[in-house]
Design a protein around this ligand. Structure first.
Ligand SMILES: *Cc1c(COP(=O)(O)O)cnc(C)c1O
Length: 381
């Protein structure tokens, strides 16, 4: 029973066969263009740029927003550390902001405390699929003239106050990695309210030159010139074709993951040795992961070993970025560090059966009892 499982099937395969027949498997072809149009409509943004992954989308976002060496960008700490890496790509300094203990999303009060004269923006993260507090965060950013980027890598299908995750800030970055809710193996997108930001990102995603596919259609022989240093962050048309099918399935796949989450909630309710994920009333979760927080008395490694011994995949969830050696020395984020120590991710994907979910819950309840000393359970007596 793996932790995650990508739901890719016959329809995605048929879409790939069409690309093979078309003779254009590379990026920025007709499928990529159609995908960008669909994303723009679906999210109601100014423009969408299909890219090779979410890390590339974050990098392009910071370049388009003009972040430079010496700038500080405040980043949510409890996450796969792609946001802080992106800040480093452009020579700027990531400043780690602690998170809410209940949701794991960035604590707006912590962000406020970190703003200096060098701060240019904030990257908030929709933690394993749960949107952050964008309204108060945007108000704070507006007061200080800062940009907000939404790392919505895990949040395809989630909502915040009725709006779609991915479109909750001026720039949103999506991941279509194989462990996310919609996938083409590897893939990503940048969503921008401002078409100029998207145009800058699109140009830099393609070595600073326009679409080679489009150029082939021009009559005559205009020779385009390179005016910017860019990268090759294009999404292939093979991946774009897969994603067009996957985007049509986001609702169906998320409904199945939500049912799994609801069932875990019922089966684990009242378990004193863990706390369940919290979803505030004003938002919905995309359930990229289902993480429970273990009681401090529980030996997490022992629980994980017991589950894995029964063929049940599990993991630590995500990272406290500031504790990663690559970012040392960094200021402390105690809440994030505590979640990093105590969270446990359980199997979560659209293919899990009711029986499997029950088996996980039962195995987890048993493993928890074994991984806590009876002395600790009984209190100080
Ligand atoms: C997975 C993930 C990324 C990286 O996405 P890729 O598409 O693999 O580059 C970035 N940010 C967060 C929060 C993620 O979970």
């Amino acid at each position: 029973m793996p932790l995650v499982h990508a739901s890719l099937g016959e329809r995605e395969l048929a879409a790939v066969a069409e690309v093979f027949a078309s003779g254009w498997p590379a990026g920025q072809g007709p499928r990529g263009k159609a995908l960008e149009e669909e994303l723009t409509r679906m999210y109601g943004v100014g423009d969408a740029v299909a890219v090779s992954n979410c890390g590339a989308a974050l990098h392009l976002a910071l370049l388009a927003l003009g972040v430079q060496a010496g700038d500080e960008v405040i980043v949510a700490d409890y996450t796969f550390p792609a946001p802080a890496q992106a800040v480093r790509y452009v020579g700027a300094t990531p400043v780690f902001a602690d998170v809410r203990a209940d949701t794991g999303t960035v604590d707006v009060g912590a962000v406020a405390d970190l703003i200096t004269s060098r701060t240019v923006g904030v990257i908030a993260v929709d933690t394993v699929g749960l949107p952050a507090d964008y309204e108060p965060l945007q108000q704070l950013a507006d007061r200080h003239g800062l940009f907000v980027v939404e790392d919505a890598a895990c949040a395809v299908g989630a909502t915040y106050r009725g709006r779609m995750a991915g479109a909750l800030a001026q720039v949103g970055c999506l991941s279509f990695h194989g462990r996310k809710g919609a996938t083409s193996g590897e893939g990503g997108a940048l969503l921008a309210a401002d078409v100029k930001i998207a145009a800058d990102a699109r140009l830099r995603s393609s070595f600073g030159i326009g679409s080679i596919f489009e150029m082939g259609k021009v009559v005559g022989l205009p020779v385009p010139e390179f005016t910017e240093i860019g990268y090759n962050f294009k999404l292939s048309d093979i991946a774009a074709a897969i994603l067009r099918v996957q985007l049509g399935r986001v609702g169906e796949l998320l409904a199945r993951r939500s049912a799994v989450a609801a069932r875990y909630g019922e089966l684990l309710a009242g378990e004193e040795l863990l706390s369940l994920p919290v979803v505030p009333e004003d938002r919905t979760h995309a359930w990229q992961s289902y993480m429970v927080t273990l009681d401090a008395r529980v030996d997490r490694a022992q629980v994980a070993a017991a589950l894995r011994g029964q063929g049940i995949g599990c993991g630590h969830g995500t990272w406290a970025s500031h504790l990663q050696p690559v970012f040392a020395p960094a200021r402390a984020c105690p809440v994030s560090a505590d979640l990093f120590r105590r969270n446990l991710a359980l199997p979560m994907h659209a293919e899990l059966t009711a029986d499997q979910v029950e088996r996980v819950a039962l195995a987890l309840r048993g493993a928890l009892r074994e991984a806590v000393s009876p002395r600790a359970l009984g209190g100080a007596a």
